[in-house]
Design a protein around this ligand. Structure first.
Ligand code: ASP
Length: 346
């Protein structure tokens, strides 16, 4: 039996063409994309495809699209060895993060890729990205896949999806994983970091957890942010989760109006999570005096999670756990490799 991979085309630059009137890039249909890629016929395994109709620029992606992708993978889970999702780079890290929480107990590769230049352009990066992603999705040994998690293949590197962020609008290495080295690097050979690849405990079965709660917000701090802005975000009606993007190792102003706004949100049961604005390193509440108030308010430190991972994890946990203590514990625990647990903090 030939190995088989399912390609899910959601849109993104990889399949875009220029609008003849405005010159702006817009998503085009799947046939257009594959007609530019005769190389796909040379792959030594079965490749089936499903396409979003219409394909989307990833700036249009939302929770219902994540559910569509996750449900399709779940329906087809036994039929294919691996899954490749073609997706725009703008929100690829969010989609990869969301899927990593929705596809609990995953034991097959789900690899997202895309490109910075459309596949019809001579200098495209899309062909290498797509072909290698499909090959990675088919790779395995004695019936089990090398990659058993949601990952992103981009610019010669395979990353854990929930560790990534879009880093460049210009260069072919658009995606980076600041706090975890690549899971694999593709040159003449593909080198896997077997020590980093995620493996599920035996007692965890594959299960779709499609529910996500969108009653969340992100508050990015900047010097000069005013009371009206902070208090209006903290008092959004129905808000259940708030991410604060703080400075450095999790620091923020200590002025009374700032603390009061957070305190009143916390009293209403809003879960508050502290994510650093720095791309590298982690949140350490209490390291500086300007983060001690967070400890007193019960703010949850996000460690070295990216904002993309923290916000999608928050959506996932709020939809699946009622109890605030469970939410708190699980937010600080790696569910699928999205955060590093440090045994000692100096
Ligand atoms: N705007 C595009 C998208 O995210 C950019 C890309 O694909 O790189 O769909």
């Amino acid at each position: 039996m030939k190995r088989s991979v399912l390609l899910i085309y959601t849109g993104g630059t990889i399949g875009m063409v220029k609008n003849s009137r405005t010159g702006a890039l817009q998503a085009f249909n799947f046939e257009q994309l594959t007609s530019q890629m005769p190389e796909l016929d040379r792959l030594d395994f079965e490749l089936d495809a499903r396409s979003f109709s219409p394909p989307l620029d990833s700036s249009e992606i939302g929770i219902s699209d994540w559910k569509k992708i996750a449900e399709l993978i779940c329906e087809q889970y036994d039929r294919y060895e691996g899954f490749v999702i073609l997706h725009g780079t703008d929100t690829m890290a969010y989609t990869a993060s969301a899927l990593s929480f929705m596809l609990k107990g995953l034991r097959k590769p789900v690899i997202l890729t895309g490109s910075q230049l459309p596949i019809g352009v001579l200098r495209t990066d899309g062909k290498e990205n797509l072909i290698t992603a499909v090959q990675l999705a088919a790779m395995g040994h004695s019936g089990s896949a090398y990659v058993q998690e949601v990952a992103i293949y981009f610019g010669s590197s395979l990353y854990r999806g929930n560790r990534t962020t879009k880093h460049s609008t210009q260069y072919f290495d658009a995606i980076r994983s600041p706090n975890l080295p690549p899971l694999a690097e593709a040159g003449i050979h593909v080198h896997f970091r077997h020590d980093l690849l995620l493996r599920q405990p035996e007692n965890v079965a594959f299960e779709l957890q499609p529910e996500l709660d969108d009653r969340v917000a992100i508050l990015k701090l900047f010097p000069g942010i005013n009371e009206a802005t902070v208090s209006s975000i903290c008092s959004i009606q129905g808000l259940r989760g708030l991410i604060i993007e703080t400075y450095g190792s999790g620091n923020a102003p200590t002025v009374p109006w700032f603390i009061d706004a957070l305190q009143s949100a916390a009293k209403r049961g809003v879960a508050i999570v502290n994510v650093t604005q720095c791309s590298e390193g982690f949140v350490e509440q209490g390291r500086y005096a300007v983060s001690e108030h967070f400890q007193e308010l019960g703010v949850i430190p996000a460690g070295d999670m990216t904002t993309e991972a923290a916000v999608t994890k928050m959506m996932h946990l709020l939809a699946n756990y009622e109890d605030m203590e469970d939410f708190r514990d699980l937010m600080m625990l790696p569910l699928c490799g999205e955060l590093t647990t440090y045994s000692s903090i100096v």
